[in-house]
Write a protein that binds this ligand. Structure first.
Ligand code: KDG
Length: 339
């Protein structure tokens, strides 16, 4: 366990144990929380769920226990979302992109090249616009606690390096089950095929698909280097994860129990973003060491990609509502003017 994590957990434990009477006096009953996620236990997603679980247990004096269940053992993102809505599962973390079928405003985060860097992403996701998108969830039976970082997405495939737009032509590219991703990669000329994450490795291994797109962290932790030869650095979209609670279950919790979960979610968000960024900084070199051939698209080519993908932006703005779209763009303009 790295020094950052040890220090972080010690600090959480100290904070919680500093006031054991508070935990004992609080209106907290025993709960077993099934928390599902799609990547494996060793991934950045798995590590952050573990931190969340440890924080919940410490802050509740051991009364609230989180059973972290990874590798899509409780189902795909879409299946877990339905389980939360029905009250059959308490919590999950997954992609905002797979939530669009339930809450259309989540499509804002699918906008290609929306964020230029993580500073912009954190500011908008944790600001008023991010909250407005989360506020649309309760009417659908979900409670969103925080956004985590999946990261900037990049292309991998087994056919050829993607040095220019035209190289995507004819590549069978797996995309998330999301209309914007489907439209975006069709617009770029790929043969876009939507699949759940849990089916991706085998689809790459069998050649059902030639490629996929994900952050370096996921490419590494899911061992895509075993079935993919080329990494083409595009950073074509920043992808958030979102920590979700079943509203049916949440509404039955006391204010103290809800506070344990919101505090733990915020602490785990801060851990997860730092952990993910630290890992991402080293992941590309590790992918090269695993034998992958890496190429960075020249700025002229990413500019062509960005220009071509503006076609999908109008559809996103119409789908999420022009006011929300304009507010997000205005917030980004203000952030960029501050530079
Ligand atoms: O459960 C898997 C999800 O977290 C998903 O976001 C992973 O980015 C992903 C993908 O490509 O499906």
């Amino acid at each position: 366990m790295n020094i950052f994590r040890r220090t972080f957990i010690a600090a959480c434990a100290a904070a919680a144990l500093a006031d054991p009477l508070a935990a004992a006096a609080a209106d907290i009953k025993p709960h077993l929380i099934r928390f599902g996620y799609g990547l494996n236990e060793q991934s950045n997603q798995g590590r952050a769920v573990k931190v969340f679980a440890e924080q919940v247990e410490k802050a509740s004096g051991g009364k609230m226990k989180v059973r972290a269940i990874g590798a899509a053992a409780l189902g795909s993102d879409v299946q877990m979302q339905q389980a939360l809505i029905g009250g059959a599962q308490e919590m999950m973390v997954g992609s905002t992109a797979t939530l669009v079928g339930i809450s259309k405003e989540m499509a804002l985060w699918d906008t290609p090249f929306l964020f230029n860097n993580t500073k912009e992403a954190d500011a908008v996701l944790d600001g008023p616009v991010g909250q407005k998108v989360i506020d649309k969830l309760p009417e659908k039976g979900l409670v969103g606690l925080v956004y985590w970082e999946n990261g900037f997405r990049n292309l991998t495939n087994s056919k050829r390096p993607v040095n220019k737009l035209e190289d995507l032509g004819g590549i069978k590219l797996r995309v998330m089950q999301n209309i914007v991703y489907l439209d975006s990669f069709k617009t770029l000329g790929a043969n876009a095929i939507p699949l759940p994450f849990s089916e991706l490795f085998s689809a790459l291994e069998t050649g059902t698909v030639d490629g996929q797109e994900n952050p370096f962290n996921t490419i590494l932790s899911s061992k895509f280097y075993e079935v993919q030869k080329y990494v083409s650095v595009t950073n074509h979209v920043y992808s958030p994860w979102i920590v979700l609670v079943s509203k049916k279950w949440w509404d039955g919790l006391s204010k103290d129990e809800q506070k344990v979960l919101t505090d733990a979610a915020q602490a785990s968000r801060d851990f997860e973003r730092k952990d993910t960024r630290d890992e991402a900084a080293k992941a590309l070199a590790e992918l090269k060491a695993k034998g992958m051939q890496v190429n960075e698209l020249p700025p002229t080519e990413t500019a062509r990609m960005r220009d071509k993908l503006t076609q999908v932006n109008a559809g996103i703005a119409a789908n999420i509502g022009p006011d929300l779209w304009k507010e997000a763009q205005a917030d980004l303009d203000k952030l960029r003017a501050k530079k």
